[in-house]
Design a protein around this ligand. Structure first.
Ligand code: HEC
Length: 269
């Protein structure tokens, strides 16, 4: 299997959860549209790069906002309606970025159900309110079309989708987040990276261990709160894991280094 054959999902899975939220690689674009920002060695620093968006400082007046809307059943019901009417066409019923209207977009719609797990309230609210304007992407601006409550409701809903707490609607089709498939694909990508000499077996093993710790942590305390972009959230959660004794600082550092190597190898944007 060569790298073109990795699906977008499998690349997302390498970075799954934390890393995943901070960066990912829309692989199908590599094959179909050479020269776009997802291409090997071409993604860095380009305006459409997910890495750039995920490291962007949340601007005023959004910075530091936290959701005033509890993710209760009513909010999720309202959020489902907002999502189906406004978002599914691009992001897919399951919020994995595979809606019919998103196929031809560059960059493609984000797998928000998954990536939202590691995004601060303020980051999500900013990105939905102001859309792709700061980054010249096709993500629409929602601050006029949707009320503040509708935006918080849809944030609650996409996070619930990515945790499997709600079943996707059936408006346009699209995959649901599948943790088992993600894990299998992640293992495969790591094994191939080792086989190609891009990372060592020790780095791959450490990646798997730290990733499992991250998943445990998130299952125990879903990150519905907190602020900041995915890179900031990732650093914060890794630091928390070290502080809790779940992983060592050395493991956290090796995890970050492995990420950089995979990035350098073109496996992630
Ligand atoms: C016309 C297609 C389209 C529609 C409709 C759309 N989006 Fe997007 N969305 C995109 C694209 C493309 C991206 C990736 C580029 C970007 O992040 O600016 C994106 C990115 C995002 C992100 C940022 C995720 C990240 O990883 O940084 C969020 C959050 C998001 N969309 C939520 C929504 C919500 C909620 C709705 C409905 C209210 C919606 N989108 C409707 C195309 C769309």
């Amino acid at each position: 299997m060569n790298r073109i054959s990795f699906s977008r999902l499998s690349l997302l899975s390498v970075l799954s959860l934390l890393l995943l939220a901070a960066c990912s690689a829309p692989a199908p674009q590599v094959a179909s549209t050479p020269g776009n920002s997802a291409g090997m060695g071409m993604g860095m620093g380009m305006a459409s790069g997910m890495m750039e968006r995920h490291r962007a400082q949340v601007p005023a007046p959004y910075a530091g906002l936290s959701s005033p809307v509890k993710a209760d059943a009513e909010s999720l019901t309202r959020g489902a309606a907002v999502f189906t009417a406004n978002c599914a066409t691009c992001h897919g019923d399951g919020g994995m970025g595979d809606g019919p209207a998103g196929v031809s977009l560059n960059p493609v719609p984000a797998a928000v159900a998954h990536t939202s797990q590691m995004m601060g309230d303020d980051y999500l609210f900013w990105r939905i309110s102001e859309g792709g304007v700061p980054f010249t992407t096709a993500m629409p601006v929602w601050k006029e079309a949707l009320t503040e409550q509708q935006r918080w409701d849809v944030i609650n809903y996409v996070r619930a989708l990515g945790r499997g707490d709600v079943k996707p609607g059936q408006a346009v089709g699209g995959a649901a987040y599948d943790p088992q498939a993600e894990a299998a694909q992640r293992a495969e990508v790591l094994a191939q990276s080792v086989a190609k000499g891009q990372i060592t077996q020790a780095q791959a093993d450490n990646f798997t261990i730290v990733h499992a710790a991250l998943e445990d942590h998130m299952a125990a305390s879903p990150h519905d709160s907190g602020s900041g972009n995915p890179a900031e959230r990732q650093a914060a959660v890794l630091a928390e894991l070290v502080q809790d004794g779940a992983i060592t600082q050395a493991q956290a550092d090796m995890f970050s280094k492995t990420h950089d190597l995979l990035h350098a190898a073109g496996l992630i944007e």
